[in-house]
Design a protein around this ligand. Structure first.
Ligand code: NAD
Length: 315
């Protein structure tokens, strides 16, 4: 499969400038488009500053920064910005009407084979795609902020997105050293859905007077934030024991009566069939071919390294 001649990023704000830099770092030619020269100048300044940070952290060689900047062209005129593009990423404000208007306009002026990707944080990709006549070439790419540093990108096919569009999008992201994950077209996709539960619960605990602002934040900086770089939530449950978690959730649900604590049926099913996690060598993952003692040792060593690194950087 061939690469892309040019990617046009429409919108040069926080995400558009960051996505443009992420792509340019991989050698991809990028055109960045915004409403006027002043906004584009700002976007370029932001890109330069971010590139400087990468340089200071030895993530790019100083001799390469000029070449990286040359990969990014800024253009105000929409027709000119997309004339040579074979892939377009939209990063304009999170307003359904604005996005639909833009895509409908792009649909009129772009070649039929050009792929359209939206960076929406939550809108239905299927719905936005309907503003075009190329629903098969329409996809969601939800980049994380800052896009030039964070590896994960959610890829969201809509109802009519073709397998080829999905494949080409993944190719572009992998070429930019990103880690794409495929998501269903569901509100908030995966990242925001998971993150929102946590953020709302933090505010709700504060509102109920269960702890003060600083202590609630310390739950993350001194505990949960240290665990999550090493293991995702499902593997953590494997280490705790699915049976232990089920008992805890059942108690919370009984006492607090809130639906959000209702134990998922999948958890009860796994416990009933003896899939309790590391202790039975099967939970959400299968550990039959893995050495559990080594896994735990690795986790502990990574935890120590992480804590040392944070302590050295003054956290
Ligand atoms: P932003 O406000 O920083 O930037 C939006 C830019 O789009 C502005 O510069 C604006 O002038 C420009 N714009 C508006 N209409 C335009 C048009 N028709 N053509 C070209 N440019 C136009 O917004 P942002 O934070 O970069 O968010 C962009 C999208 O990315 C949103 O959908 C948002 O939900 C999503 N997103 C944001 C974040 C985040 O942390 N900010 C993270 C992930 C996804």
């Amino acid at each position: 499969m061939e690469g892309f001649k040019q990617v046009t990023v429409v919108g040069g704000g926080i995400m558009g400038s960051g996505i443009s830099l992420a792509l340019a770092l991989s050698g991809q030619n990028v055109v960045i488009r915004d409403l006027n020269e002043a906004i584009l100048n700002n976007a370029l300044k932001t890109i330069q500053n971010n590139l400087e940070t990468l340089d200071e952290m030895n993530l790019v060689h100083p001799s390469k920064t000029e070449a990286i900047q040359k990969h990014i062209k800024r253009v105000v005129d929409l027709g000119e910005a997309v004339a040579e593009a074979d892939f377009i990423i939209e990063a304009i404000p999170e307003k359904m009407k604005l996005k639909k208007e833009l895509f409908s306009q792009l649909d009129e002026i772009c070649q039929k084979n050009v792929i359209f990707a939206s960076n929406t944080s939550a809108f239905s990709i299927t719905e936005v795609a309907k503003s075009t006549k190329r629903e098969d070439k329409f996809i969601g790419t939800h980049w994380m902020n800052p896009p030039y540093l964070l590896p994960l990108v959610e890829v969201i096919p809509g109802e009519k997105t073709s397998p080829e569009t999905k494949e080409k999008t993944i190719m572009l992201l992998k070429h930019a050293a990103k880690n794409p994950i495929i998501c269903k077209d569901t509100p908030g996709f995966l990242v925001n859905r998971l993150h929102t539960v946590l953020l709302i619960e933090a505010i709700s605990m504060l509102e109920k007077g269960l702890a003060n602002v600083e202590d609630i934040d310390q739950i993350w900086t001194k505990h949960l934030g240290l665990r999550y770089p090493i293991m995702g939530p499902l593997q953590q449950i494997d280490t705790f024991g699915l049976d232990t978690e089920l008992s805890q959730y059942s108690y919370l649900y009984k006492k607090l009566g809130e639906d959000k604590f209702k134990p998922p049926k999948l958890l009860a099913k796994k416990v009933a069939s003896g899939e309790l996690g590391l202790k039975t060598k099967k939970g959400f993952y299968d550990y039959h071919r893995r050495n559990v003692a080594i896994l735990i040792k690795q986790r502990d060593k990574q935890l120590v390294e992480l804590m040392k690194m944070l302590s050295a950087s003054g956290s």
